[in-house]
Design a protein around this ligand. Structure first.
Ligand SMILES: [Fe+2]
Length: 255
């Protein structure tokens, strides 16, 4: 049995009681009476309360990625998207109350909502998987071997995809697909489009603002530097969480 499949099996068997309790709890949830409804500006789907998360590492100590570039990226690109997302959600709440507003105009802002959400989430995952030694632990290596045949094959594909996005924009994502249980590398050319039912484990930003300040157009050198700074412990923690989510996906009647 493969490493992931074995883990899934163990997780399924040990989580059965907990899932039963969870299902009972869910069944007991009652629909709130209308009097308890909250206004759009307060409800979580419209609340403009996203906050900029601080870097979890010292940007002055990365190998080959300058503090100046990291701080600029974090503050201007990521921070800018957080502020924009809040502004968009605030505006959506107000626009929803305007019954005379054409739906297609409302959807213009929903597109911005989608884009800013993608930017915020992917940047938080990106910064979250930096600051490490670049050396995957044994468990991660086994997962990569199981999925790609060898760590080298995974490494080769991930790097090649990054270099291929050089000079343009996009993301390279090692993701776990909850629907089919596959660990794969995904090419994403913007913040809006991502593989269905997939949770990111390792995210590499390939927008030019990620490397231009340090490497100019030499995207491959940035990819090398990114690999030297991967926080594989963070990736490992994400994989553990994802495998638990896969258990719920398989046993919770989601699909
Ligand atoms: Fe970025």
């Amino acid at each position: 049995m493969s490493e992931i499949s074995r883990r899934e099996f163990l997780a399924v068997t040990t989580s059965a009681v907990a899932l039963t309790a969870l299902a009972s709890e869910a069944a007991a949830v009652e629909v709130l009476p209308e009097s308890n409804a909250v206004s759009p500006s307060v409800a979580s789907a419209f609340a403009a309360n996203h906050e900029i998360k601080p870097l979890a590492f010292d940007p002055a100590k990365l190998d080959g990625l300058s503090e100046k570039m990291m701080r600029s990226h974090w503050e201007n690109n990521y921070g800018g998207s957080v502020k924009a997302l809040n502004a968009v959600k605030q505006k959506l709440a107000a626009m929803l109350d305007d019954d005379s507003l054409p739906a297609y105009i409302y959807n213009d802002l929903k597109r911005e909502h989608l884009m800013r959400t993608g930017s915020v989430v992917l940047h938080e995952l990106y910064f979250g998987n930096l600051g490490g030694t670049g050396k995957p632990d044994t468990a991660i290596q086994k997962s990569l071997i199981d999925a790609f045949g060898s760590v080298e094959a995974w490494d080769k594909e991930f790097r090649r995809m990054g270099v291929g996005l050089g000079g343009g924009s996009g993301w390279v994502v090692l993701g776990y697909n909850l629907h089919n249980g596959l660990l794969e590398n995904y090419w994403q050319w913007d913040h809006l489009h991502a593989p269905s039912s997939t949770l990111p484990l390792l995210v590499m930003d390939m927008y030019e603002h990620s490397y231009q300040m340090d490497y100019g157009a030499a995207a491959a050198k940035y990819v090398d530097a990114f690999f030297r700074n991967i926080n594989w412990e963070s990736v490992s923690t994400r994989l553990e969480k994802v495998l638990k989510a896969r258990v719920v996906w398989l046993t919770g009647g989601i699909r």
